[in-house]
Design a protein around this ligand. Sequence first.
Ligand SMILES: Cc1cc2nc3c(=O)[nH]c(=O)nc-3n(C[C@H](O)[C@H](O)[C@H](O)COP(=O)(O)O)c2cc1C
Ligand SMILES: Nc1ncnc2c1ncn2[C@@H]1O[C@H](COP(=O)(O)OP(=O)(O)OP(=O)(O)O)[C@@H](O)[C@H]1O
Length: 355
Amino acid sequence: MSEEVLGRPLPLDAGALASLVRDGLFLRRGAYVRHDVRQGTAYVRHGAECPAGRDAVVSIGAFDGLHAGHRALIAAARREADEKNLPCVVVTFDPDPDVLLAGEAPSSRLLSTADRVHAIESLGADAVVVLRFDEGLAATSYQDFVTRVLGGLVRPVSLHVGTNFSVGAGGRGDVRALAAYCAGLGCAVHGHDLVTRGGSPVSSTRIRGLLHEGAVEDAAALLGRLHFVRGSVEHGRGEGTAFGFPTANVRTSRVDCMPKAGVYACVVCDGGRAWPAAVNVGKPPTFSAPEDNFLEANLVGFDGDLYGSEVSVLFARWLRDSRPFDSTEELERVVLGNIDWVRTNLGSCGVGVDA
Ligand SMILES: Cc1cc2nc3c(=O)[nH]c(=O)nc-3n(C[C@H](O)[C@H](O)[C@H](O)COP(=O)(O)O)c2cc1C
Ligand SMILES: Nc1ncnc2c1ncn2[C@@H]1O[C@H](COP(=O)(O)OP(=O)(O)OP(=O)(O)O)[C@@H](O)[C@H]1O
């Protein structure tokens, strides 16, 4: 195991822990104003003019996870917009087109749509447009997508997409077709080389695969932040306190991509404060049948009651497989060892994370 968490050497100090959470949950974003637009919603940066009908530099994609490749693409659009003194507009979809087109489970998204919008906002887009992806939009030709759908929002002077991008019915609007069509409209199409790591392109699919294997550190390296899930704290069997490690039982959101069942070093945030935490993903195999969308967290340095709170759980390290134990003594010994690892390396108390 490397001795750092996303570039911050272990053990983490309080400042590094707070930064990890602010970056991970996109807490540094600015204020945006919501507008209804045809086929969706636009979030326009407070103080920026609504780009409707104006020239704009545009980037388009599903952007699930806002990984290193997506960030590079939006940064390129932002740079060109700054050079030309134009708004940078990012267009995305809800739901992710793959949920409709490829029949992918909505429960395996890296980010909910609200978090995707926050993530894009935190990169400094002037506006984020979320288009409702329905059968009608799926059947729209790429020519109509450019002229009617995009053209109904802004006047694109250039489009920034990856070389593997395609849009429109049957995915026929690939970079080459788009460039040929858009040239006649005075709009340049930039097909960017894909950002790669370890010799292959960074992609949302690859990151989901890593999380399903429990490789949360590798996923973090491709995301440029810690993966997180959100959920609400509910009552458990109440035995954790007797074992010497009280736990918050978290029922997670159905749209979140949950890492493989197992034990992790995490950070749990209730909005204003964050605590290092030792987490068991899945129901404890010693006592219960397996269940998705559930985790238990021992928050280091926390003394209180979180019942009913909404929390975010950020995954820093894989620690071990979750397993049945023959005795409660052995369970206690092993779990307390995991909690010690977290206390030593991520910290022993909560930190404030208000941006
Ligand atoms: C860091 C951590 C690791 C855990 N590892 C396991 C495990 O490997 N096997 C298991 O059966 N339960 C594991 N548990 C779950 C405990 O068994 C559970 O928290 C305890 O039984 C209390 O449950 P309660 O809060 O519902 O009372 C783990 C819990 C934590 C916080
Ligand atoms: N590694 C990458 N580098 C640069 N751009 C990328 C990269 N991956 C995707 N893009 C671009 O980002 C935009 C959004 O792509 P998309 O949401 O399909 O991402 P993805 O990671 O390829 O997803 P999936 O794995 O589900 O296919 C598209 O323009 C796409 O070409």
